[in-house]
Design a protein around this ligand. Structure first.
Ligand code: SF4
Length: 73
């Protein structure tokens, strides 16, 4: 058995595209991050599901993207 990682190239490229078009980053911007975004499903958790149509995936509370919206109180 080979130790070579098996990468789904199509999926890898799709993720790279997503990062590029959404400006997704791993650090907050001026205190705004996934953790206090409207689309973050479980505020208070360090990781949670983002239900924005572009994502629909697990994100970290400290991450940020250009679709950030203020969470409702
Ligand atoms: S829309 Fe962007 S900022 Fe908001 S939770 Fe999703 S990835 Fe994070």
């Amino acid at each position: 058995m080979s130790d070579e990682p098996i990468v789904d190239e199509e999926r890898f490229e799709a993720v790279q595209r997503l990062i590029k078009v959404t400006a997704l980053r791993s650090t907050p911007v001026d205190g705004d991050g996934c953790g206090n975004c409207y689309y973050y499903l479980e505020p208070g958790e360090s990781m949670a599901y983002c239900w924005h149509e572009k994502f629909q995936m697990l994100v970290g509370a400290e991450w940020w993207c250009q679709h950030w919206e203020m969470a409702e109180d």
